[in-house]
Design a protein around this ligand. Structure first.
Ligand code: MEV
Length: 324
């Protein structure tokens, strides 16, 4: 059994299908090169210790018997609930000190919470000698994210565990690898942090009020995902871009858009992108643009001029791994 491990897991970008995926439809997600890193050390005492300075958690400690109970600081929630769920499923005395070292800001919407959850569970799996399968890891991580957030499809958990590019549906019912090598994707950050839970709830309220309209939109979004899957496999970027533009129209219709996102999306389209859309919950975070290689520099300049921050990333990153 290991005494200390370093684990990393990738962030994610949702290519098409956000929100509809919460309602049982397929989405397309890719794992990105920015990784969440976490060090975990088993302790001789029955204690849980956490250092996550990037989210304001410094010198946090509590007895194992109290893990998952009482007031938990926002920045500690995913790691602590992951530990609580692990100990509930595999009862044992596993004192542990965890330090997080993300390579990306939690504000990007790259899925730092799910990556942190996955890294924690993978580390506990190694320290305890349980060697969970990816499926066991997924189920426990998805449960943890739902315990903390209350809502979510688990697509970000799947991307953190399996990596690559995936066709995914709610709760991991579909997790299918999409074998693409590369994609000419430009990512623009709005500078505004989106609150996934609030946005998902807002969409749910409207969907309950207008069930026929929203169900039809979610069906349409899924057919865009199915066509985009085919376009991706053929590397037909022009078609993929068109499908993304249509997906963006539906995301606007359900209330996931924002002025800043639209400014960056139009900036990308006007500079020659094949298509552009928001990525994730909407309201802020990032937009993505499928762009001909010859136009990448112009699209980046245009996004910057419109007030966005270009985020350099590579798609198809490797899933969760033991670094040391
Ligand atoms: C958020 O990044 C994407 C949503 O579809 C929520 C989810 O699938 O968990 C809005």
């Amino acid at each position: 059994m290991k005494k200390q491990v370093i684990i990393s897991a990738p962030g994610k970008l949702l290519l098409l299908g956000e929100h509809a995926v919460v309602h049982g439809k397929l989405c397309l997600v890719t794992a990105v090169s920015q990784r969440f890193k976490l060090k975990a050390k088993s302790l001789p005492s029955d204690e849980f210790m956490l250092e996550a300075p990037e989210v304001g958690v410094v010198n946090y400690r509590k007895p194992l018997s109290q893990v998952g109970k009482g007031e938990i600081p926002q920045g500690a929630k995913f790691v602590e609930m992951a530990l609580a769920n692990f100990l509930k499923r595999y009862p044992q005395k596993l004192g542990v000190a965890i330090t997080t070292e993300p390579e990306f800001k939690s504000t990007f919407g790259f899925g730092s919470s799910s990556a942190a959850t996955v890294c924690t569970l993978k580390a506990l799996s190694e320290l305890s000698g349980k060697s969970l399968t990816n499926k066991q890891l997924f189920d426990l991580a998805f449960k943890t994210v739902l315990d903390v957030q209350g809502v979510g499809s688990g697509f970000d958990v799947a991307a953190a565990i399996f990596g690559g590019t995936l066709l995914y549906s709610l709760g991991g019912k579909t997790i299918k690898s999409v074998p693409i090598k590369n994609l000419s994707l430009v990512v623009g950050y709005t500078g505004i942090k989106a609150d996934t839970t609030t946005l998902v709830k807002q969409v749910n309220i409207k969907a309950k009020k207008h069930p026929q309209v929203f169900n039809a939109i979610f069906d349409q979004i899924e057919s865009l995902v199915i066509q985009a899957h085919k376009a991706l496999l053929k590397r037909d970027d022009q078609t993929l871009g068109e499908l993304m533009d249509i997906n963006q129209g539906y995301l606007e219709a359900i209330g996931a858009g924002s002025v800043k996102l639209s400014q960056l999306i139009y900036a990308a389209r006007n500079a020659g992108a094949y298509g552009a859309k928001l990525s994730g919950a909407g309201g802020g975070d990032c937009m993505i643009a499928i762009t001909p290689n010859s136009k990448v520099a112009a699209v980046k300049r245009s996004i910057t001029k419109a007030g966005g921050i270009v985020v350099e990333t590579k798609i198809n990153a490797e899933g969760v791994k033991i670094e040391a």
